[in-house]
Design a protein around this ligand. Structure first.
Ligand SMILES: NC(=O)c1ccc[n+]([C@@H]2O[C@H](COP(=O)([O-])OP(=O)(O)OC[C@H]3O[C@@H](n4cnc5c(N)ncnc54)[C@H](O)[C@@H]3O)[C@@H](O)[C@H]2O)c1
Length: 438
């Protein structure tokens, strides 16, 4: 099948590459000429495990192409996927300008029936805005053409995106048109083999399903972080509480890890966007706003612990920071807790020496510039540092050489923002150890 994907970011690139992998002919179009140039040179602009080889196979087979040419893109695919960004506006609501710009381009250029598939995360009612935008552009041209607008929210997780696309838990299709649903069923058929994962529903419910999923997951995290802060004050150990409640199958073990806050390109913006939609409906979403507030507060927890350990005086202190990405296995730093922490440490006069296996370039380019120091290996961050802070639980940080760490640090203190180390072990080795909720 012929597929066009607007937007070659985390979602668009993975979707395009994975659809080409199963035999479809895919054209990926992006307005970022530099990104397209890099992709055409065989470079992958993001870090995503397994993606490079899928993109390479697609390019070599001739089934995966990258362009900035909108005309070429719109004339190529029966399916026109929209996978562009929907960042938060000033009031937290989703900025739909990129989505609507794509709709306009499609309306201005299409010459045949098209199925426009919205994969970006968008508020309820966006499909009908997309429909109106395309219709208006067609009318301006004095052209009448049939088209459908479908909602197909994406549930992939950065860090496991290729696997999630190839073996999805579910594929949600929002459409009232059975023929369009069948065409999408056949596009997704290779990923739907051992049992039916396709869930077809009305468009508005599909749009809300994506926000509902992210809001539920963010709520679990903020709930656990709230409890962690309480546990700490009550002399309880949140990790034991986690095991205690996770054993109840109605609660389960997934997504109940306490930590230094959730980040990334989805949870923060989607919780805010859903809350903004609720406000627009005249039904303020008390719980969603609390989820967001708890998370904002949680991102300050490590800075507060560090500050109180050093009696509020971080001038002339150097801290070694392990982990910049908002979670392991990605270089994405959008809304990363590490950024909030680094800003607080710098503000207090500390020097930060940071290491991350994949996100250093991203940090330099889009977040902290040269206001912090970067090193090429985790141990290099520790030389002469006053403390070690762990923010992202990359596997390579899980079993470090604590004797070496102790010898490198000026004072043996570890602040563990993801509770990956054992208090017992570290205290036995002579460290002061601070974690979340214990
Ligand atoms: N990143 C995730 O894990 C994830 C998961 C599920 C859903 N989503 C949703 O998918 C959407 C895309 O997210 P992302 O993380 O891939 O974003 P991204 O910022 O990585 O990529 C978006 C791309 O769209 C391009 N673009 C913007 N306007 C364009 C236009 N008019 N025509 C063509 N290209 C254009 C940008 O240049 C950029 O390359 C968002 O709505 C997001 O909420 C993201």
């Amino acid at each position: 099948m012929k597929v066009t994907i607007f937007g070659s970011g985390y979602v668009g690139l993975v979707t395009g590459a994975c659809l080409a992998e199963t035999g479809n002919h895919v054209v990926c179009v992006d307005i970022d000429a530099d990104k397209i140039e890099r992709l055409n040179a065989g470079e992958i602009p993001i870090y995503e495990p397994g993606l490079e080889s899928v993109v390479q196979r697609g390019r070599e087979s001739g089934r995966l192409k990258f362009t900035t040419d909108i005309q070429e893109a719109v004339s190529h695919g029966l399916f026109q996927f929209i996978a562009v960004g929907t960042p938060p506006d000033e009031d937290g609501s989703a900025d739909l300008s990129h989505v609507l710009a794509v709709a306009k381009s499609i309306g201005e250029t299409m010459t045949d029936y098209r199925i426009v598939v919205d994969k970006s995360t968008v508020p309820v009612g966006t499909a009908s805005l997309v429909q109106k935008e395309i219709q208006a552009a067609l009318e301006k041209r004095g052209t009448e053409l049939e088209f459908d607008v479908v909602s197909n929210p994406e549930f992939l997780k950065e860090g496991a995106a290729v696997d999630d696309f190839m073996k999805p838990d579910r594929v949600v299709i929002g459409t009232d048109n059975p023929r369009t649903a069948e065409l999408l069923r056949s596009l997704y058929e290779p990923y739907n083999r051992n049992h039916d994962r396709l869930i077809v529903m009305d468009v508005r419910s599909a749009e809300l399903t994506k926000y509902a999923a992210n809001a539920m997951l963010a709520t679990k995290i903020s709930f656990m972080n709230e409890l962690a802060n309480l546990a700490e004050r009550m002399g309880a150990d949140i990790d034991q509480v986690r095991i205690g409640i996770g054993s109840d199958p109605r609660i389960g073990y997934h997504f109940i890890y306490p930590g230094c806050g959730y980040g990334g390109s989805c949870f923060p913006k989607d919780v805010k966007a859903l809350a903004a939609s609720a406000d627009q409906q005249g039904f303020p979403a008390t719980l969603l706003k609390a989820v967001e507030q708890v998370n904002q507060r949680q991102k300050q927890v490590l800075a507060n612990k560090i500050s109180s350990y050093f009696d509020g005086d971080l001038q002339d202190k150097t801290v070694a920071l392990w982990g910049l990405a908002f979670k392991p296995n990605t270089d994405d730093m959008r809304e990363a807790p590490a950024v909030v922490l680094m800003e607080a440490l710098l503000e207090a006069g500390a020097t930060v020496c940071a290491f991350d296996p994949e996100a250093i370039e991203e940090c330099k380019k889009n977040h902290m510039g040269d206001r912090v120091d970067y090193v090429d290996a985790p141990m290099d961050a520790l030389k002469g540092a006053d403390a070690l802070i762990l923010v992202t639980e990359w596997n390579e940080f899980r079993r470090p050489d604590f004797d070496r760490i102790k010898a490198s640090l000026k004072q043996p203190v570890v602040f563990d923002g993801r509770n990956i180390y054992s208090r017992k072990t570290l205290e036995k080795l002579g460290f002061d150890y601070y974690a979340i909720g214990m």
